[in-house]
Design a protein around this ligand. Structure first.
Ligand code: CAA
Length: 383
């Protein structure tokens, strides 16, 4: 069977950053709760002229500059913070990226699982015709109410992946395990700009989905725990990945108390990026370890509501030569810090609706949201 998987991967984030030590001081919370208890250092925060389209297109632009768009027939855009109920974020990104009309564009949604739904769909498309390649974008802005328990787990960012035959980074193996259950742990009604969440239930639903998806993966003949060299998890906050790994270790009888030491670095600083989070974790793992060629990675994706999936991939030889290592670190360092007052002001400004408005220019990214004209969103290429 042709090897199919992730040929290249790029991460983008928002213009601003909020330090969690600053937020803890303002909320009168011991900083250890955010920095150690949740395992988060900072959270990216979008400027008023940024959204999932601008971040997603920025990640895809980096990737397409390296790989070109030859053979791309699909743009799959996963998000749970979409900008329109009908028109997909993919179509806006398609124009910004200068893709030809012969590339299909569509948006997918199932909370944070959407990125993996797009990846699995892309793998199927390439298996059908290995000459085709699929551009997958996963982008989100995680917004919770001010002063809520979820507030320190906000974040913003995007991952873009090129899925192809004979991939340079990760061959995704065909067996995977799935766990779908109707749970009210986290959702965002149409009239709300912040998520509604039952925090405790969301953590237990995540862990239940992990065990159930693992059991399904094993029942279908997937790799055993001892055949998997590294694990990466969806990271609503990085401590959640450590809790997940400990729970899986107990479930499958791996050595007790094992800690997860890799794949956490980017998400600690990005915050929750929902659909992109697992792929930011994968990027951190691949960037941070030179000895992964031929190693099997287990990936767990969780989207509240809920769908979980456990799947595996084998790192390709030469993967370490494919990606510029300091790309994400540079983007994280370039973010412009917000004071807590500035952050609260930006947070309180409701996301632009459908009334005509002009958006102030703030971002120095390659694309910006310019505002609404004749009730339609306008985006500009600024690069
Ligand atoms: N020093 C060190 N650690 C401290 C501390 C201190 N001073 N004070 C508290 N802690 C620890 C606590 O012991 C706890 O750790 P353990 O769970 O390991 O015991 C940790 O800090 C967090 O403390 P709490 O559990 O008291 O925190 P909380 O109840 O205020 O908030 C939360 C936690 C409910 C998860 C909240 O952040 C939240 O609602 N987040 C949004 C929902 C979410 O992220 N859910 C995750 C699963 S759902 C999912 O994955 C989908 C998705 O992306 C949303």
């Amino acid at each position: 069977m042709t090897a199919v998987g992730i040929h290249d991967l790029a991460i983008a984030t928002a213009h601003h950053v909020v330090g969690l030590a600053d937020l803890a001081a303002r909320r009168d919370v011991d900083p250890g709760k955010y920095l150690v208890g949740l395992g988060q250092e900072s959270m990216s925060f979008p400027a008023e002229d940024e959204d999932v389209v601008t971040m997603g297109a920025a990640a895809a632009r980096t990737l397409l500059h390296r790989t070109g768009a030859d053979g791309v027939r699909w743009l799959l855009f996963a998000t749970e913070s979409g900008v329109d109920q009908s028109k997909s974020a993919a179509v806006y990104a398609h124009r910004l990226l200068g893709l030809p009309p012969s590339v299909r564009a569509v948006e997918l949604k199932q909370a944070c699982y959407g990125g993996t739904a797009a990846l699995q769909t892309a793998l199927g498309i390439v298996h059908r015709d290995p000459a085709e390649r699929v551009l997958v974008i996963a982008a989100d802005v995680a917004r919770y109410a001010l002063h809520s328990p979820g507030e320190p787990t906000q974040g913003a960012g995007a991952a873009a992946m090129l899925v192809s035959a004979d991939p340079a980074l990760l061959e995704v193996e065909p067996v995977s395990g799935v766990a779908t259950a109707d749970v009210d742990d986290f959702w965002r009604p149409n009239d709300a700009s912040t998520a509604v969440v039952d925090g405790r239930l969301s953590v237990s639903a995540y862990l239940a989905a992990l065990k159930s998806a693992w059991d399904d993966h094993r029942a279908r003949g997937g790799a055993t725990a001892s055949e998997i060299d590294r694990f990466v998890y969806h990271q609503p906050f990085t401590r959640m990945a450590e809790k997940a790994h400990a729970a899986l270790a107990r479930h499958v009888g791996l050595p007790d108390g094992e800690r997860l030491g890799s794949g956490l670095e980017y998400n600690r600083r990005l915050g929750n990026t929902y659909t992109a989070s697992l792929y930011a974790a994968l990027a951190a793992l691949l960037d941070g370890d030179d000895a992964l060629a031929g190693r099997r990675i287990g990936l767990f994706s969780y989207g509240s509501g809920s769908v979980g999936e456990f799947f595996t991939g084998v790192v390709r030889p030469g993967y370490d030569a494919v990606r510029p290592r300091d790309e994400v670190t540079r983007a994280l360092a370039a973010r412009v810090p917000l004071s807590v007052d500035e952050y609260e002001r930006l947070h309180a400004a409701r996301p632009t609706g459908s009334a005509d408005a002009v958006t102030r220019r703030v971002t120095d990214g390659p694309y910006r949201f310019a505002g609404v004209r004749s009730r339609a969103r306008r985006y500009e290429n600024t690069a």
